[in-house]
Ligand binder design. Structure first.
Ligand code: UDX
Ligand code: ADP
Length: 483
């Protein structure tokens, strides 16, 4: 089957970049991305895209208006399409059975119902792109079959997206693999082949894996669980390092050079954030519990528990080091996004750290190169994460657009995101504008700690005990008498 039109329901972090790259690589296919949110669509059609991703703007501008369209006319896009992607949000449920664990599929179901009620004739391939629990493709197929019009036929495929934010465009342009799951039937195979032909415009065929829908859905959860597990594993070692004098970066290097383990995803940090890891692991835990696999559920739950522990440990270190009293003290938070090169703050460890410091009565000045003031205030007032009283947040928090202004008069700098620009600041200037003693808490291990200590900062970090005070042999290394 030749594909000439694709519709994508959901113009978010997944749907927007994915379809922009498809349009960029497939000039023969018309791609329309639709969303319920007029504001979001307006932004996709403007000079200020709703999300920041390196390289995204160029790709969008290159195809927009030619074969890439953003629209709120969901029905027309669905009707005209050969392939319909569902890329809507699947947040953790905040109510009822599975509350705080299961994925909330109400948006997926609404999109499926919309498709079934809209399509009048012909054959459509419906592709589940959002990360969903195992058997969601089956549920989508059941809904489509139950309410479809006569003469319409569907094949439902699972095609999870593995892009990481901040590197979405390069991940999409050179994916490690494309995973397509479908029904084990002749029609299923044909549908998988049709979708594969779209990716075949720029991805080698041997990188396109076709499996059953269930394997595809479970593989996405497994991949995220494995990645998050590596971070929790190295973070658990960071706690041991801080007590023993070992350096977690040296441990990570030594471990990662084993070719069976590999060097990636071993960067100790204040804890992973983002819209996927925690959500997907909790969903996995819920699925295991529903399947009466309690030991398996407990095993994966620990990955999230260690992540929470890491965030708590870091915040406690700040309070303890600042003489156990931070009420009324100005603390400067550098970075609010969950990682560098994105403006996304979903599940960002910075939110947790900021809230805990606010609970202690600190005044916060926050600087992030890409996160807006509105977003920061929304996150700090959010009711689901021990939301703070908006009036109190307004009184205690300022958001600065200049890092030097944010740092001025503060007792401590707290690095929560690994933005490259944080490495190149004029730290002697910052030091001279701060209260003394001036503290730095490097939650991402991006700063030159020896240089910072030479300037006069008291520095604390993750996974390494630093010896603040007089340098030993010119360096703040471990004193030999410790052995
Ligand atoms: C993740 C998966 O990588 C991606 O394949 C999936 O499609 C969606 O979820 P994302 O959450 O966008 O992507 O970013 P990722 O690079 O995985 O980082 C997640 C979090 O882990 C960030 O907070 C990051 O700072 C943290 N992290 C990552 C570490 O703390 N240490 C590391 O070594 C790597
Ligand atoms: P993700 O990170 O999974 O892409 P986002 O929250 O960034 O999630 O984006 C999901 C998008 O899907 C949102 O812009 C939301 O408005 C849109 N959306 C949700 N349900 C529907 C629906 N039924 N029809 C169209 N768009 C939808």
């Amino acid at each position: 089957m030749k594909v000439s039109k694709i519709c994508c329901i959901g113009a978010g972090y997944v749907g927007g970049p994915t379809c922009s790259v498809i349009a960029h690589k497939c000039p023969d296919i018309q791609v329309t991305v639709v969303d319920l949110s007029e504001q979001r669509v307006k932004e996709w059609n403007s000079d200020r895209l709703p999300i920041y991703e390196p390289g995204l703007a160029e790709i969008v501008v290159g195809s927009r208006g030619k074969n890439l369209h953003f629209s709120t006319d969901i029905a027309s896009a669905i009707r005209g399409a050969d392939i319909i992607f569902i890329s809507v949000n699947t947040p953790t449920k905040t109510y009822g059975h599975g509350k705080n664990k299961a994925a909330d599929l109400k948006f997926v179901e609404a999109a499926a119902r919309n498709i079934a009620e809209t399509v009048e004739t012909g054959f459509k391939i419906v592709v589940e792109k959002s990360t969903v629990p195992v058997k969601a493709a089956e549920s989508i197929a059941t809904i489509l079959k139950a309410i479809k019009r006569p003469g319409v036929t569907y094949q439902v495929l699972s095609n999870p997206e593995f892009l990481a934010e901040g590197s979405a465009i390069s991940d999409l342009l050179s994916p490690d693999r494309i995973l397509i799951g479908g029904e084990k039937s002749e029609d299923g195979a044909r549908a998988m082949e049709t979708l594969a032909s779209v990716y075949g415009h720029w991805v080698d065929r041997e990188k396109i894996l076709t499996v059953s829908s269930w394997s595809s859905e479970l593989s996405k959860l497994a991949a995220n669980a494995f990645l998050a597990q590596r971070i929790s594993s190295i973070n658990s070692f960071s706690a041991i390092c801080e007590r023993t004098g070992a350096d977690v970066n040296e441990v990570a290097k030594a471990v990662g050079t084993d070719s069976r383990i590999g060097p990636k995803f071993l960067q100790a940090s204040i804890g992973f954030g983002g819209s996927c890891f925690q959500k997907d692991i909790l969903n996995l835990v819920y699925i295991c519990e529903e399947l009466n696999l309690d030991e398996v559920a407990a095993y994966w739950k620990n990955v999230v528990d260690i992540n929470d522990y890491q965030k708590q440990r870091f915040t406690k270190k700040i309070v303890d080091t600042l003489f156990n009293t931070i009420a009324g003290k100005k603390i400067c938070i550098l970075g609010f996004a969950f990682k560098k090169d994105t403006g996304d703050t979903r599940e960002s460890a910075a939110i947790y750290v900021a809230k805990q410091l606010l609970d202690e009565g600190a005044k916060l000045s926050i600087y992030d190169p890409k996160v807006t003031r509105e977003q920061i205030f929304m996150d700090l007032e959010h009711p689901f994460i021990s939301g703070d009283d908006p009036a109190r947040v307004a009184k205690l928090v300022t958001v600065d657009t200049d890092p030097y202004a944010a740092a001025e008069g503060s007792h401590a700098l707290v690095v929560c995101t690994e933005w490259d620009e944080f490495r190149g600041y004029d730290y002697p200037r910052i030091y001279s504008s701060m209260e003394k003693p001036a503290f730095v808490f490097d939650g991402r291990r991006i700063l030159d700690h020896d240089a910072m200590m030479k300037i006069g900062f008291h520095v604390e970090t993750i996974g390494k005990k630093l010896y603040n005070g007089a340098p030993q042999n010119g360096y703040h290394t471990q004193p030999s008498e410790s052995f």
